[in-house]
Design a protein around this ligand. Structure first.
Ligand code: SF4
Length: 513
């Protein structure tokens, strides 16, 4: 074999070595794989309108959905609270998947434990796993809070978290007064954004239920960020803007520090996050504001039920979206928007105007969570571009109607369409039959990029194959500048690639763009 101590090969060159090539060829023959010609013929057929109609008529099959399951959102939500251990009641493999999914994006460890349910628990129920699991978690990892969610196995057999946690406390797994908020997060409905919403609501209910504080007794505003893979950059940026305004605020879940621990010789299993005292005091806030509407519906419903004013946004990315958020916060807090932020706004508008000649009329496909897709489409319209295909697997009918209103409000929106509950195989058909200039989404779009030739711009979770994007904000005016630059970099790279053939196209291979 080509691998040796003296010559360690990365898997790229390693698998191109003759030994592996031969092995792949034998495997292919053994599998009875179709010939290259037959595959190419079929691939060609799947690029046309005829196949697109068949593809969109499919009902009982989902191919490559752009979403994850509920407990992933609950694990992310738990990471936003001080010294909180996420406890997944169900299979160990599910918890490993959530941890690796988040670690691969943030390039940081993600802590979570599971109750390790196996066949016997699936038949007799997972009570004993909960009793032992909570006891082990409490003594091994010394958290201040354990946030429990469920996988599909626990939900299919109908385990009752409230009863189980009560039983575990009675058996002494954790002290009676130890905080164990919980949320049922069945994976067979909704997606990670619902799991996030259920978990945040569960945590608020736990700390607010018998809490005598009355809404409006403090000047503070609660901010619910939503499931946000860019929380590291975004939460800090929003905190900076609110600091400039002099607004008193509490993040209901802030995972920025947990997913951005420094390398300074100290391992931090827990870092940062909203404290239990802050959570309790948050009941007295005058309002709860959600940065992502579709991520926070149940949480906002609960905040309203305790008497708080509520407001929600669709990911404040771009000029108007940031204006709307700041004006609402200003109205709620009575604090003026300072000159420094007004200048930042002007600089973003100036940058957009500087690049207008390149951005105008560009056509885009966008996929991801419903709030992100709306935010991105809204920003593209602001740049004079056309968000032609907007697809969200976890967006519903109401989301699609809301998107249509956005398109109707802009002259650039007339040929745009929102596709709710469609997957990335649907998007493939759209990209082949109605091509666009750029695809905006996450790393899962790289196969569409390769297949359809549409350049991919990575701007949302998960980003596995590029590093550190999440450390920089995409919301607010500063975030808008970063998004603008990211789009322009891809645009100019494409333009350079199209104009670099010597003697043929390079008359336009310009130094100055
Ligand atoms: S869908 Fe169910 S089995 Fe799969 S990771 Fe999610 S909880 Fe686990």
């Amino acid at each position: 074999m080509p691998q040796s101590v003296e010559k360690i090969l990365d898997h790229g060159p390693l698998f191109r070595e003759p030994e592996y090539q031969e092995m792949f060829a034998r495997k292919k023959a053994c599998d009875g794989a179709a010939s290259i010609d037959a595959t190419a013929l079929q691939s060609e057929y799947t690029r046309g309108w005829d196949y697109r109609e068949k593809n969109f008529a499919r009902e009982a099959l989902v191919i490559n959905p752009a979403k994850a399951c509920q407990p992933l959102g609950a694990v992310f939500a738990a990471a936003g609270f001080e010294k909180t251990m996420s406890f997944v009641h169900g299979s160990q493999g599910c918890a490993a998947y959530f941890r690796s999914h988040l670690s691969r994006h943030f390039k940081e460890p993600c802590t979570a434990v599971s109750s390790s349910m196996t066949e016997d628990a699936a038949v007799f129920g997972g009570l004993n796993n909960m009793i032992d699991g909570l006891a082990n978690c409490y003594s091994l990892y010394q958290p201040k809070m354990i946030a429990v969610s469920t996988t599909c196995m626990a939900e299919v057999i109908g385990d009752d978290l409230h009863g189980f946690i009560g039983n575990a406390k009675a058996k002494g797994s954790v002290p009676e007064d130890f905080d164990v908020p919980f949320a049922h997060t069945p994976s067979f409905v909704g997606s990670h954004i619902d799991g996030y919403d259920n978990a945040i609501r569960g945590i608020l209910e736990h700390f607010w239920k018998d809490n005598p504080a009355s809404a409006g007794s403090s000047e503070t505003i609660n901010i619910v960020p939503g499931f946000d893979g860019f929380c590291v950059g975004n939460n800090r940026e929003l905190g900076r803007m609110l600091g400039l305004m002099g607004v008193s605020y509490t993040f209901i879940g802030d995972a920025a520090d947990q997913f951005d621990t420094p390398s300074d010789g100290e391992y931090r299993m827990y870092d940062g996050g909203t404290t239990i005292d802050e959570l309790k005091a948050a009941k007295g806030a005058k309002a709860t504001v959600a940065l992502q509407h579709w991520n926070s519906r149940k949480t906002l419903e609960y905040a309203a039920s305790v008497g708080q004013e509520t407001a929600s946004f669709n990911y404040p990315l771009g000029v108007k979206a940031t204006d709307d958020l700041l004006m609402k916060v200003s109205a709620l807090s009575g604090k003026a928007i300072p000159e420094a932020l007004r200048l930042e706004r002007g600089r973003l508008v100036d940058a957009m105007a500087d690049s207008q000649a390149y951005l105008h009329g560009k056509r885009y496909a966008i996929f991801g969570d419903p709030d992100f897709v709306k935010a991105m489409a809204r920003f593209i319209l602001e740049t004079g571009g056309e968000p032609v295909h907007c697809l969200s697997t976890n967006g519903g009918k109401e989301w699609a109607e809301d998107m249509q209103k956005l398109f109707d409000g802009s002259p650039f929106g007339k040929d745009c369409k929102a596709y709710a509950q469609k997957d990335l195989w649907h998007l493939r058909s759209l990209l082949f039959t109605e091509p666009v200039d750029f695809l905006i989404g996450n790393s899962h779009g790289k196969y569409l990029e390769r297949d359809t030739g549409t350049p991919l711009i990575r701007l949302t979770f998960p980003i596995f194959d590029r590093h550190h994007h999440h450390r920089f904000p995409v919301i607010g005016y500063q975030g808008g500048l970063r998004v603008l630059t990211t789009i322009l970099d891809k645009l100019f790279d494409k333009l350079d690639a199209e104009t670099n053939i010597a003697g043929e196209t390079d008359i336009s291979f310009d130094l100055t763009r």
